[in-house]
Design a protein around this ligand. Structure first.
Ligand code: PLP
Length: 262
């Protein structure tokens, strides 16, 4: 019987990030993607222009119907827009503690103006949502925003990873793609310790849109089909690494990952 991942995420009309990208990744991980839109965006591969958060009462009503009637085995949380949505996502995870969750703390886009989470809501996310997450996935900038400390190399990322677990997250993956080190090293920190996942650094000539969304959704998909956390993360990293070699130019300034679709 098929199993679902419920995504709470933004809608990128360009298709490169957010819910549409999440759905492609979850499908490629072997699960079925369901989703609600938490924030509408005006954007394309030329970057983000504007965001409009969706009212929490609407998307939580949608999510609760899916959770009640379908077999949801993982929840992926992406862009939320504002503090009210962060609190609603936290309440939803709290009422489904048996379902593993991957929280991607998306704050600002790779390109464009506008924010995917209001600056004033970062503290709410840190305080209320992180402790509900089975796994938090954070790139260097997100880890800096969460810990309010510099994260520019593996040593600093290690400190940040442990700090995020100390904030209450069950586990965190601090991603090494933007660190200064020669190899790309992600750090998976859990309450049991720290695992280093190192790979060859890919030389990317142009910025890629939606890469973070896709990695967190690949992990959520594998958790949904029953992988334990380290197995899901290792599988997703391997898949993501291969997908990073298969970008597509859709017009505009940013490249988009297509691998999971094909
Ligand atoms: N737009 C939406 C709706 C997203 O959810 C995300 C990422 O989570 C982004 C944009 C970010 O895209 P980028 O990879 O270009 O930073």
């Amino acid at each position: 019987m098929a199993t679902c991942v419920l995504v709470l995420s933004g809608l990128d009309p360009g298709g490169g990030a957010g819910l549409l990208a999440d759905a492609r990744a979850i499908g490629s991980a072997g699960a079925f993607a369901c989703g609600v839109v938490t924030v509408l965006t005006v954007q394309s591969t030329n970057g983000l222009r504007r965001t409009v958060p969706v009212r929490a009462s609407l998307w939580t009503e949608q999510a609760r119907v899916v959770l009640r009637d379908q077999r949801v085995s993982a929840i992926k949380v992406g862009a939320l827009g504002n503090a009210a949505n962060v609190r609603a996502a936290s309440a939803l995870l709290a009422s489904h503690r048996d379902i593993p969750s991957v929280v991607d703390p998306v704050f600002v886009p790779t390109r464009g103006s506008g924010r995917l989470l209001a600056e004033g809501a970062v503290a709410t996310l840190r305080r209320e949502l992180l402790p509900r997450a089975t796994l938090v996935t954070a790139n260097a900038a997100e880890a800096e925003a969460l810990t309010r400390a510099r994260v520019t190399n593996v040593a600093e990322a290690r400190v940040a990873a442990l700090a995020i677990v100390a904030m209450g997250a069950h586990a965190v993956l601090v991603k090494g793609g933007h660190l200064a080190d020669a190899r790309a090293t992600d750090l998976l920190a859990t309450r049991d310790g720290l695992i280093e996942l190192s790979s060859v650094r890919l030389r990317l000539r142009r910025k890629i849109h939606g890469a973070g969304c896709i990695l967190s959704s690949l992990i959520a998909g594998r958790l949904a089909i029953g992988n334990d956390l380290p197995t899901a993360v290792r599988w997703a990293k391997r898949k993501h690494h291969n997908v990073l070699r298969r970008t597509v130019d859709l017009g505009g300034d940013l490249l988009v990952l297509v691998g999971p679709v094909h």
